[in-house]
Design a protein around this ligand. Sequence first.
Ligand code: PA5
Length: 415
Amino acid sequence: MKDVIDLDYDLAAELIEDIKDDPMGDWFDLPDGTSPEELENIKRVAKRVQETSDFLVVIGIGGSYLGTRAIYEALDLGSSETKCKLLFAGNSMNSRELKKVLKTLENRDFSLNVVSKSGTTLEPAIAFRILKKALIDKYGEAEAKKRIITTTDPEYGALHDEAKANDYETFEIPLGVGGRYSVLSPVGLFPLACAGANIDKLLEGAKHCKDNQLGENLEESMLVSYAFSRFYLYDECGCDTEVLASFEPSLLYFNEWWKQLFGESEGKNGQGIFPASVIYSTDLHSMGQYMQDGRRNIFETFLKFSPEKNPLTVPKEKEAKDGLGYLEGKTLAEISEKALEATLKAHDSGGISTFVIEVNDPEAENGISELTLGFLIFFFEAACAISSLLHGVDPFDQPGVEKYKKEMSRLLGKE
Ligand code: PA5
């Protein structure tokens, strides 16, 4: 792709400077700008939560929720025996979902981490009220206060004011960091530390991406090439849909995070590439037909990790009647690798442009690690910001979302 498009590296350098200078561009500094004191503080509070709670309920929506969940699920932290597990609430207005959370918390110790930059978003605010009542009913007012940790704006908002009035433990979301670019701030770092993630490695992965992809040599940058190429496919080739694909079921919520990042950043003024996602091979049996033969307005971005170290193997059978003799002794990782190769080949013959973003962590048990996820998070955040500027839109606002919020408040009778 790099050879086909006329990639303007001077423009790329200019856009990167514009992003850094933007009042909402402070996420650019998160990989290496979080002070050791702040990291220590996050770990200190996380340790306390681990010692006192079986569950931490993370209450938030959109950018105040999806990044944390993406990493939690991708690393499969929920199956860890020793650490505090996360539950998620306040990401919908659905009563049944919240009842499930309350049921799980029955007879268990828990704390709450309510995350909202504005401090006024309705879904988390309602869930917080309900869960706070459950917390007070269980522990009494004084102990409940110690079990509430807020992550919010350093200066304004209802949540900020309530936290101050009640002396809740509070983490600040830097003023110049918007929701969908905030996972590497206390928004994601604190709950992930509670769940046992190595947050230093997460930041290290992001820093590795920043230094290697946006340092001196932009000509070598896969990130810049990806950002410009996807815009080229949209602008010149009519590809208005990008599908993020992987053979990793644990990336389901990573896909959701990615869709929010691009959807909310680029989808403005009648512009933007529609972000969609699939998990193969599952979705080869549902979306595979469309991908191969449907409208040719799509391109596909594959994520590839180094293979799992101890994968399952297809066992031998004495009298193999299932026709799988040719696979005996092969690992599922090897089979999956071939499935990826086959899919790339088939989709190429079907006229789909594909990117493959390969990230390796040789030490990781199954390729997906804090290091690789940190890298990918910064990779997509930066690519998204560059790409939004190429579209001529502001990567950091979301006027469309505000419109529905206002309308809903009016219908619900807010003054
Ligand atoms: O990316 C964004 O800014 C949004 O998705 C917000 O994160 C989301 O609307 C939640 O907002 P808040 O953190 O203010 O509750």
